[in-house]
Unconditional design. Structure first.
Lengths: 230, 230
DNA sequence: CCGCAATGTGACAAAGCCGTCACATTCGCA
DNA sequence: TGCGAATGTGACGGCTTTGTCACATTGCGG
């Protein structure tokens, strides 16, 4: 049972070097030599991690990373960017886009393998207690438990999922279609269902003083406010 | 509400530069100029992140990092290591010890601030996908989803919780009392209930080929085997 | 101001979940 | 080998969850 690394890199020599070292370190290796192809492979194959060169023909590394992070299916895949030493500005830009790490060319293969392992380890370890806590609200995924100012809120499975999605993406408006896909797992949504509305209502009922924070964005969907209102 | 950065660095010029830029970026800054002092401050003050130079008088950066990661109170504090360009081997060593990132001197202050932010964001953001995966079994806490060899297993909320507890503690026998406490949240257990047995049965029914792995330990409880049986 | 679309609210009923019971089977010990 | 405790299995029914409907209310644009 091996982890899969996707290499997105246009220089054949660099590809061979990377592939050799990663395979020797017991990774399965996929390769794409253009950004477009890399993105397609990432979407199809869901590798465990992507090593992404910045300088690519066509769609460049930044664009690939941005597209991956903006796509539900691939946003969770960690990305290590390869940059040339003469591109200090590009490193900053990569971090801003959401890359998980970067490695400067030329690099030692050993260092890269260690980087891959470190990023995967970070990404994969199940935290003992998966708690998000802010503004008096606490969500504990290990215990499937929500609390408001220390008092436990009894949520059903669906309500808890809905709450988690809202909290993760607080400040962003989520359409009903998005919620149906991400909370209910529907692939094709029935656009005239009121299911989401009903569950939002129930969630609001249970949130008490916090319910005003679950805002309606008319014509678009719902949003959990990023900041507590004054 | 500002994050606290601890700088452990012996060069006064570097300290001033770091402090200035971090304070301008709205961080609270603590400073220690030796490794020993840095470790003591980390233990007392529990900063949000530590920027740690490798070359320090007395206890060096590696030793400080190792001590932090080996101490329950400070192991969760992310560490960014500062290395000189002439020390490529030290970078690998830092990563092996458990440093979260490193920055090579000389560095742009802007890049360092972005690095601090990126590491804190990673450290603090609820992971997008909280997945445990082994032996063909995948538990995704973000989606409340279990899969066996890629096929989705439909588990109820209770079954999923039970499965998570078994998987987290695989190899260990869990008494019925423990499971009632940890899965059901009972404070005082009714010792003659068959609730756990029933749910284990249901979980086994759904696990198919994997069910043999959920073993009965007669007179004690249940155990999810650590290794797949041959 | 009016009309219409969007959203909130009260309520219903089907389906599912859960804990329990009764009986069957297995295991371990004398 | 026999017995009793421990565990497995089939089934039941009460309660909860869920999605839907009908009507009420709100917000926005003409």
């Amino acid at each position: 049972m091996q982890d899969t690394v996707l290499i997105v890199e246009d220089e054949p020599d660099a590809v061979d070097l990377l592939r050799y070292n990663l395979e020797r370190a017991d990774f399965d290796v996929l390769v794409a030599m253009t950004g477009d192809r890399g993105l397609a492979v990432a979407r199809e194959s869901r590798p465990d991690i992507v090593i992404l060169d910045l300088m690519l023909p066509g769609m460049d590394g930044h664009e690939v990373c941005r597209a991956m992070k903006g796509d539900t299916g691939t946003e969770a895949i960690p990305v290590i960017m390869l940059t040339a030493r003469s591109e200090p500005g590009q490193r900053v830009k990569g971090l801003e886009i959401g890359a998980d790490d970067y490695v400067t060319k030329p690099f030692s293969p050993r260092e890269l393998v260690l980087r891959v392992r470190a990023v995967l380890r970070r990404h994969r370890t199940m935290p003992r207690s998966e708690i998000v806590s802010f503004d008096g609200l606490t969500l504990d995924r290990t215990k499937f438990e929500a609390r408001l100012d220390g008092e436990r809120i009894e949520l059903t499975a669906t309500e808890f999922k809905l709450m988690c999605v809202f909290v993760e993406r607080r400040g962003r408006t989520l359409t009903r279609e998005t919620l149906l896909r991400d909370v209910w797992g529907y692939q094709t949504s029935t656009l005239d269902t009121r299911t989401v509305d009903t569950h939002v209502r129930r969630l609001r009922d249970k949130l008490g003083t916090c319910s005003a924070r679950l805002e309606t964005v008319r014509g678009e969907g719902y949003r959990f406010a990023a900041e507590a209102s004054p």
